[in-house]
Design a protein around this ligand. Structure first.
Ligand SMILES: O=C[C@H](O)[C@H](O)[C@H](O)COP(=O)(O)O
Length: 224
């Protein structure tokens, strides 16, 4: 199976996992990216079985609406049983790097609200140590240089993602050359830099379940 087929397989597996728990009133949190899109496309076939979704980006909201799935503002939703999203990297503790598509802040907010976070990824995303994928950091534009200097002090190599403006009107620094041995600590350190809105480490809120697409089928890993 190629990578696209693995993404479709995990998108379908997430739908299969959710379906028994869906009710007419269910609202599902949905992330951003090519794997999340596979989930949306598979979910759309069952749109009579749930109420609607909360989207982690404008792109996801647009795709949901194209399928005729109602999109709710998070502020108007009392609870979210599930959040489904892809990742750029995951370790075996289901700690993640996210934000390759610049949607990290809204993703982290929706994931924080959801009771269960189901991550869907092909097996190229599974690593022993996070950090080969450059870690995205969303930054208030006027703080960009200051934040970059502070990241260098932490041992990282920040690169401005030229031309990228997030849905929140901010910019992204991608931090290269960091092997992240203590993801929770680094998540806190980055968040404490003035001007940082959010960083792409999901260590304090890791996934609860990982559906991992492999050539021999979809594996389910649960956070221990
Ligand atoms: O900002 C984007 C998100 O964090 C995505 O979930 C992540 O980049 C993975 O995207 P894809 O499924 O396209 O590899």
């Amino acid at each position: 199976m190629n990578q696209d087929q693995l993404k479709q397989a995990v998108g379908q597996a997430a739908v299969d996992l959710l379906l028994p728990d869906l009710e007419d009133s269910s609202i599902i949190g949905i992330g951003t990216g090519s794997t999340a899109n596979c989930f949306i496309d598979a979910l759309a076939k069952h749109k009579g079985f749930f109420d609607g979704a909360v989207a982690s980006s404008e792109a996801t909201a647009a795709r949901l609406k194209e399928h005729g799935i109602p999109v709710y503002e998070l502020n108007n939703v009392f609870e979210l049983a599930f959040y489904i999203d892809g990742a750029d990297e995951t370790n075996r503790h289901l700690e993640l790097i996210k934000g390759g598509g610049a949607a990290l802040t809204r993703e982290k907010i929706v994931a924080a609200v959801a009771k269960t976070f189901i991550c869907i990824a092909d097996d190229s995303k599974l690593v022993d140590t996070l950090g080969s994928f450059p870690l995205p950091v969303e930054v208030i534009p006027m703080a960009r240089s200051h934040v970059a200097r502070e990241i260098v002090k932490l041992g990282g190599d920040p690169v401005y993602r030229d031309g990228c403006v997030t849905d929140n009107g901010n910019v992204i620094l991608d931090v290269h050359n960091m092997q992240i041995h203590d993801p929770r600590k680094l998540e806190d350190q980055l968040n404490s830099i003035v001007g940082v809105v959010c960083n792409g480490l999901f260590a304090h809120r890791p996934a609860d379940i990982l559906l991992l697409g492999t050539s021999s089928g979809v594996e389910t890993l649960k956070r221990s």
